[in-house]
Design a protein around this ligand. Structure first.
Ligand SMILES: Cc1cc2nc3c(=O)[nH]c(=O)nc-3n(C[C@H](O)[C@H](O)[C@H](O)COP(=O)(O)OP(=O)(O)OC[C@H]3O[C@@H](n4cnc5c(N)ncnc54)[C@H](O)[C@@H]3O)c2cc1C
Length: 463
């Protein structure tokens, strides 16, 4: 399935960027039998799309901005993917403790949770509200000072590496004339005399250069959008408001809770604590970064780490969570589209631009809404090409899923690793360990035979 040959270099569509948005567009195009080339300069789903809070959610916090249409759309998508990809998604409860000085008092929170369920057309598991006393039983160790009670609502969590990767596998499986290449950086796009596009790219692991031709071009490069557009010869004004967000993975025993909770912070933000798999996810921060900075493989700053630990210790003072509890951390840049507001207030809606004939640029949005983003873009692209579009196709279940959905729920055999190498577009050891097996490090496997097997594979390491 990992088709490598680019002998026939003419495509209906070339997509630059294989994060969740590019991968979703690719899948939809392949489902419509459009010959598509997907190019990413890194591994697929390795940048913002693997640095998210890993939630499929309507965004309870956006109710505050009265962004009901966005919440409605995202809840619809969340509930769709919980059904379509149950092997890598899960609905879980989120507690929302309320204190005397919380920005959302108890009555406001009660209304908000009702509205959230209503906007899901009551497809969410129903919310509940608890007294302060009950909250202390449900969330052992929670700070009781000024505690008024808590709300409980349901959202989804997702393996954010896998959902995007499975869009790519599924697309390739549906249309064998399409190709997906990771580690191919697009460095130039030019127009041919016939009005088509030539896309020039270079392999970032081998340095080899290549090119391909296309009638339509889609730029889905997330936070890299402005940087990418300045490599293309079209008038372009920067649209991205890059906002960095960091997360920590804490050891499972750092906190005495097994359910997720939403912390309202003194600086009027929310930070999530989400026990997942073998660790507890804490995030996120929200820090504007310069538009021309390097967005690849970011790390949290010491200040961000301290800020996140401080929030956890305000809610769980007895736990005394410290640097020693941190297993690992990661950071990514939100591809927000400027609208005159600050990062937390900017709308999470996506925008589609058409800077030149048969060239589309898509940015903004959320991981949760990627399918709808793909649908909106492809509707426009199909209309311009007089192709007929069937919006039902992208709501079909996957025809090919990951060989290993959960590394800890099944014993991994050498044959599984061979299958992954054959089917899942792996080029480096990080691709295999971080994204195909969803491990933070190989040691987490706790299986010397498989660790040895993987270490002996002739795979490049890049970090
Ligand atoms: C901290 C944080 C938390 C978040 N939490 C959530 C959440 O819980 N739920 C949710 O729904 N959303 C969440 N989001 C938002 C969501 O993660 C993003 O909206 C989404 O992942 C963006 O996907 P993308 O495909 O647009 O960008 P990306 O995933 O960044 O993909 C863009 C791709 O373009 C490639 N690229 C760039 N330049 C080139 C080039 N020249 N040639 C080839 N390829 C190129 C990059 O390598 C990259 O892979 C969060 C975002 C952040 C930052």
């Amino acid at each position: 399935m990992a088709r490598e040959k680019l002998e026939d270099k003419h495509f209906d569509v070339i997509i630059i960027g294989g994060g969740i948005v590019g991968a979703g567009i690719f899948r939809d195009l392949c489902l419509h039998k459009k010959k598509t080339l997907l190019l990413d300069k890194n591994d697929f789903n390795s940048q913002t799309s693997s640095g998210s809070s890993k939630m499929l959610h309507g965004g309870i916090r956006y109710l505050e901005n009265l962004d009901f249409a966005l919440v409605f759309e995202a809840l619809l998508e969340k509930n769709k993917w919980l059904k379509l990809a149950p092997h890598i998604t899960k609905e879980i409860p989120f507690y929302l403790p309320v204190y005397q000085n919380s920005k959302w008092p108890l009555f406001f929170m009660r209304m908000g949770l009702f509205l959230y369920d209503l906007l899901s057309l009551f497809k969410n598991t129903s919310h509940k509200v608890f007294s302060a006393q009950k909250t202390q039983t449900l969330l052992p160790g929670i700070n009781s000072k000024g505690l008024k009670g808590s709300g409980l609502y349901y959202d989804g969590i997702v393996d954010d590496h896998k959902l995007g990767l499975e869009c790519v596998y599924d697309g390739l499986n549906h249309f064998d004339q399409s190709i997906a290449h990771n580690y191919k950086e697009v460095y130039k796009v030019s127009k041919t005399r016939e009005g088509k596009y030539t896309v020039f790219f270079q392999d970032t692991l081998t340095g080899k250069k290549d090119l391909a031709y296309t009638t339509n071009i889609v730029v889905a490069t997330g936070p890299f959008t402005d940087q990418m557009m300045h490599l293309i010869d079209v008038p372009w004004e920067n649209i991205i408001y890059p906002s960095k967000g960091s997360h920590l993975w804490l050891k499972k025993d750092a906190l005495p809770i097994s359910d997720a909770l939403v912390m309202q912070t003194a600086d009027k933000r929310v930070v999530f604590i989400i026990p997942q798999r073998e660790a507890i996810l804490v995030g996120t921060t929200e820090i504007p970064v310069p538009a021309q900075s390097d967005f690849n493989d970011l790390k949290p700053t010491p200040q961000e780490v301290s800020y996140l630990l401080e929030q956890v210790n305000i809610y769980f003072p007895e736990a005394k969570v410290s640097f020693d509890h941190i297993m690992s951390s990661f950071a990514a840049v939100r591809p927000l589209v400027k609208d005159g507001h600050s990062s937390s207030k900017i709308s999470r809606n996506h925008k589609i631009y058409n800077p030149q004939k048969k060239m589309w640029v898509i940015a903004g949005g959320k991981y949760t809404t990627f399918r709808k983003m793909a649908e909106d873009l492809n509707k426009k692209l199909f209309a311009k090409n007089d192709w007929s579009y069937d919006k039902k196709k992208s709501s079909l279940p996957f025809s090919q899923v990951s060989v290993i959905a959960h590394p800890f729920r099944q014993k991994i055999q050498p044959q599984d690793i061979d299958d992954i190498l054959q089917k899942e577009l792996v080029r480096t050891q990080e691709d295999l360990v971080l994204r195909r097996l969803s491990l933070q490090t190989l040691d987490h496997l706790n299986d010397p035979v498989i660790i040895d097997y993987i270490e002996k594979l002739p795979l490049q390491t890049i970090r």
